[in-house]
Design a protein around this ligand. Structure first.
Ligand SMILES: *[C@@H]1O[C@H](CO)[C@@H](O)[C@H](O)[C@H]1NC(C)=O
Ligand SMILES: *[C@@H]1O[C@H](CO)[C@@H](O)[C@H](O)[C@H]1NC(C)=O
Ligand SMILES: *[C@@H]1O[C@H](CO)[C@@H](O)[C@H](O)[C@H]1NC(C)=O
Ligand SMILES: *[C@@H]1O[C@H](CO)[C@@H](O)[C@H](O)[C@H]1NC(C)=O
Length: 477
């Protein structure tokens, strides 16, 4: 299968035009039409058909983001402009999202409870966070003097999926916003301190393309301290490794969108119509995370392609596959339990730290924040002001699953609760200002809303704040 991943998440009504574009033989076209039909029926999105990602949205279609993903080939530091097409994320077909009953109050301050019950010194800590301050509760303030933390053009590691200025984004306000917690201040990100802490150590982000964005942000925040020639970035299948040679430190990214083994794991071709996640398979990927000193996990959007997830009980090689269908919440709970068990077995709480980043919100429907009907994140230049705003794509029930499972963990997992603060940032997505993987049709060009990516985030931008929060929790837990 040849890429590029055009990954057009166009409404059902226009998916047939995407099909035509691929000039398929009639029988394939008929087959695809059937799959599209079945998918509409079952409300699932349809991906990876002959290099075309199609997303099928049930009846009340609204334009959504496009996603596509790439990574660098192993290249020398002087030749950073070569890329290899790689993973692509997808997002749920909007109509399939269940509006969960919101269970308030149960989502507590997981993290604080963890740190207050342990009397042992926390690895990497050099101080304590302000008593009673929830750094995740706050507001966005304009800050022209200290933000952005780096310039887009000065960080060669940003994948062209996230370089918004290079791809013509006209405004820059999204770069000049600083997160201000309500009852304290965030410690200023100190790149020297971070690099010193990583001396002789490995830090690894594990998850999907959103986690890769946070990973790249961390490298951008640090790399200017490292002289040219003492740093490199290489990709080996699912693993990308940034090396700071003089520090004997690596910052790595490992692609595992479900954390467990799935048929979306191939770093290059992972789009399939039928997604399976294999039960009890965390060691498949987990063996590559062993010995890491700081682990940062995420997993969310890939679970959200429908209301259920197919769980494979045997092996992917089995001729007759033993598959059970679980509700998304139950499937996700299963994965979280596997993760906690893996962490308990493999991480030493006296020496290492584990973080988990909560779900990254999407902004695919402007009506949710009182905008004009038919819009999405496209053309949004200011954050949402309503402090209570919570997009329907961020399922509170999943938040609750995370809380429940992590609260039983014997090894502390620091929860980076970025969902609420990111929910305000309808202005921070890459929109149409990114490398496009296929030639856009005149119809698309005439309607930028139809191909805006409202999943991923421009760099510099929002994800630098996620790392500032990580920094705060790492050194001042
Ligand atoms: C995450 O942060 C938001 C905003 O401060 C808060 O309302 C929510 O309870 C937090 N969730 C958890 C699980 O800590
Ligand atoms: C940053 O950290 C380094 C190393 O710990 C320290 O020497 C320096 O004073 C810090 N800088 C600021 C601005 O706090
Ligand atoms: C470099 O770091 C690794 C851990 O990432 C460690 O095992 C090794 O001993 C270090 N080497 C030196 C020379 O410090
Ligand atoms: C974008 O925003 C500007 C002003 O905020 C408005 O005039 C224009 O019509 C918007 N374009 C689209 C396609 O929504």
């Amino acid at each position: 299968m040849k890429s590029p991943l055009s990954s057009s998440s166009s409404p059902a009504s226009s998916s047939s035009s995407s099909l035509r574009k691929t000039r398929l033989p009639p029988y394939l076209f008929a087959l695809l039409s059937f799959i599209v039909f079945v998918s509409i029926l079952y409300g699932e999105d349809l991906v990876c058909i002959f290099g075309q990602q199609l997303q099928v949205r049930p009846s009340s279609t609204r334009p959504g983001p496009r996603t596509g993903e790439l990574t660098r080939l192993p290249v020398s530091s002087s030749d950073v402009r070569k890329y290899k097409l790689r993973n692509a994320d997808t997002r749920p077909a909007d109509g399939t999202i269940i509006y969960e009953k919101v269970i308030n109050g149960v989502l507590g301050s997981l993290d604080q409870r963890k740190s207050s019950t342990s009397s042992d010194p926390v690895p990497f800590a050099i101080g304590r966070g302000e008593e009673g301050c929830d750094v995740f509760s706050g507001r966005w303030v304009r800050d022209e003097s200290t933000r952005p933390s780096y310039e887009e053009s000065e960080c060669p590691y940003i994948q062209p999926q996230l370089t918004c200025q290079e791809h013509g984004r006209p405004d820059k306000d999204y770069q000049h916003r600083r997160w201000q917690p309500h009852s304290c201040s965030l410690p200023r990100f100190n790149a020297t301190l971070m690099l010193e802490a990583l001396r002789g150590k490995r830090m690894m982000y594990v998850g999907d393309s959103l986690n890769r964005g946070q990973y790249v942000s961390m490298i951008c925040l640090l790399h200017s301290l490292i002289p040219e020639g003492s740093k490199s970035m290489e990709t080996f299948d699912s693993l990308t490794v940034f090396t700071a040679k003089d520090y004997n430190a690596t910052i790595e990214f490992y692609w595992a969108p479900f954390l467990l083994e799935s048929n979306s794991d191939n770093a290059v071709i992972h789009r399939v119509t039928d997604r399976f996640v294999r039960k009890g398979s965390i060691n498949k990927h987990g063996k590559h995370w062993k010995g890491v000193d700081i682990l940062v996990f995420n997993t969310y959007l890939w679970w959200m392609s429908g209301v259920t997830v197919k769980i494979l009980k045997g092996s992917f090689e089995d001729e007759v596959k033993d598959v059970v269908v679980k509700s998304t919440d139950d499937a996700y709970r299963m994965a979280m339990k596997s993760l906690v068990r893996w962490v308990q077995k493999n991480m030493d709480p006296k020496k290492t730290r584990v973080f988990f980043t909560s779900m990254s919100p999407t902004h695919g429907n402007s009506e949710e924040w009182g905008g004009e009907p038919g819009g999405n994140c496209y053309n949004q230049t200011t954050p949402i002001e309503d402090p209570k705003y919570w997009g329907s794509d961020s399922r509170k029930s999943i938040m609750q699953v995370i809380s429940e499972v992590f609260s039983k963990s014997k090894v502390p997992i620091t929860f980076l609760n970025i969902t609420q603060l990111s929910n305000y940032r309808k202005d921070a997505h890459t929109m149409i200002y990114k490398k496009q993987w296929s030639v856009l049709t005149p119809k698309q060009l005439a309607n930028p809303v139809s191909y805006a990516d409202c999943v991923h985030w421009c760099l510099p931008g929002l994800q630098d704040t996620w790392n500032e929060l990580l920094f705060a929790k790492l050194f001042y837990p």
